[in-house]
Write a protein that binds this ligand. Structure first.
Ligand SMILES: [Fe+2]
Ligand SMILES: [Fe+2]
Ligand SMILES: [Fe+2]
Length: 436
């Protein structure tokens, strides 16, 4: 699939330049990659480095523009299936136990998004040793990402990147051809004399460097694909834990319906839906061990948990065209009385859409099981919403609209959550089948 054929729409004029007519996919994926790496300081920039190296190896190997795009995006997404902290840290060992599990999970998450079909296959095999994958179904791009990944964990690229990479070359060579494709290793050797590659990897500007490798106009999402991609992201956020498996879908549907019921213009309904899908984006940076903790969180764990709303803002506000969505999504824990987080904004400072997202989030959360309590019934949910409105925690008018249409909104939310639950069950089943 060519980059231009990814169902990603741009006008001819915009394709020729560097501007983007829709949502820039690369910027969005970059934010996701950085979020996944925020889970531990030892992993910072891992995805950036792998993407950068894979792209440079691909250039030397004469890959097409399409394959270079796949290498870049594949490098940025290759470990998104490693949900737990221990699994991410385990992958820092040069050869580690069961490396294919997280690669398969990433494949499952990406495969149903049509523009990522080939990318999903590449990510699926990114830990297959060359001697096991040669002549089989493993794409060459997977071998490139595999080697880029192992170079990334072998070198720190901190103090003397030129000296370090030359020093590590014999060690890496010792795994050719057992682990690494000989041609990929040759491409690496050619790059050893190109100092800028290794300076780039040590640069504080690596994000910008990676971002500029492909003109943003080439990888833009039209509205339809943007929403489909948001669904993929919502699964990535939600499927990390059974307790959150259907949350974003429920908030998206509820926010969309509340947008209609409160009379917001139709143009905003879709964006509210997207904000609902993305509101907990920052939870990708929270270790699953905290998300699933059965008892009360410690003070420190609570601080980490609260940071998710901040991370949501920092990621989305950087993406061109998503500034409004960034505010609405990241302010879902703000409270009208100023007692929310992370910004402590008051009713006057919060946009109506942000207050609406906050109501949707509370409503959906109360109707879901949590590690520390079961789902609440309709009467109790109504009571809590009324109390939160009267204490100026939630917007009185929006809560009023929700309570007036309670059964209908609840049924609509449940419908989409049931669908999501089925998708989650199928996802778990595939993983069990893979492991078995
Ligand atoms: Fe990996
Ligand atoms: Fe990795
Ligand atoms: Fe949240």
């Amino acid at each position: 699939m060519a980059v231009e054929d990814r169902n990603i729409t741009c006008t001819t004029q915009e394709k020729a330049g560097d501007s983007c007519c829709g949502i820039p996919l690369l910027g969005f994926v970059l934010c996701l990659a950085e979020m996944v790496d925020l889970v531990n300081r030892r992993l910072l920039e891992h995805h950036l480095k792998v993407a950068y190296l894979a792209f440079r190896f691909g250039e030397v190997l004469g890959f097409s523009e399409r394959s270079l795009g796949d290498l870049l995006l594949g490098g940025l997404l290759h470990d998104i299936g490693a949900f737990s902290l221990w699994e991410r840290l385990d992958a820092l060992h040069f050869e580690f136990h069961n490396p294919h599990h997280h690669a398969f999970v990433a494949y499952l998450l990406l495969k149903d998004f049509a523009p990522f079909a080939s990318l999903a296959e590449i990510v699926r095999y990114h830990h297959v040793p060359w001697e096991e994958g040669r002549g089989g179904t493993v794409p060459l791009e997977s071998h490139v990402i595999h080697f880029a990944d192992r170079v990334s964990i072998t070198c720190s690229f901190r103090k003397d990147p030129l000296g370090e990479i030359r020093e590590k070359e014999p060690f890496l060579r010792s795994f050719v051809p057992r682990l690494f494709h000989p041609e990929v290793f040759e491409a690496f050797r050619k790059l050893l004399s190109r100092d800028y590659v290794w300076f780039d990897l040590a640069s504080p500007h690596l994000r910008r460097i990676v971002h500029d490798l492909i003109p943003s106009g080439r990888l833009c999402l039209n509205t339809e694909d943007f929403l489909r991609f948001c669904q993929v992201v919502a699964h990535l956020i939600d499927f990390r834990s059974a307790f959150t498996a259907t949350h974003s879908a429920g908030v998206a549907r509820t926010a969309h319906r509340l947008g209609e019921l409160t009379g917001l213009p139709q143009s905003k309904h879709v964006l509210l839906f997207a904000a609902g899908l993305l509101h907990d984006l920052g939870k990708i940076a929270i270790p699953v061990e905290i998300l699933e903790k059965p008892g009360p969180l410690t003070e420190k764990e609570m601080h980490i948990m609260k940071s998710h709303a901040y991370h949501t803002f920092m990621a989305l506000s950087w993406i061109q065209g998503l500034r409004d969505v960034a505010f609405w999504a990241s302010e879902h824990h703000e409270r009208c009385n100023g007692r929310g987080y992370p910004f402590g904004r008051t009713e006057e400072e919060l946009l109506f859409e942000s207050r609406l997202l906050a109501v949707a989030d509370v409503f959906v959360a109360l109707s879901e099981d949590r590690p520390y309590r079961p789902a609440l019934g309709p009467r109790r949910i109504r009571e809590i919403l009324e109390n939160m409105a009267s204490s100026k925690s939630l917007d009185v008018d929006i809560v009023g609209v929700l309570l007036d249409h309670f059964d209908e909104v609840r049924a609509s939310c449940r419908e989409v959550q049931e669908q999501s639950a089925l998708e989650y069950a199928a996802f778990r089943q595939e993983i069990v089948r893979f492991a078995g």
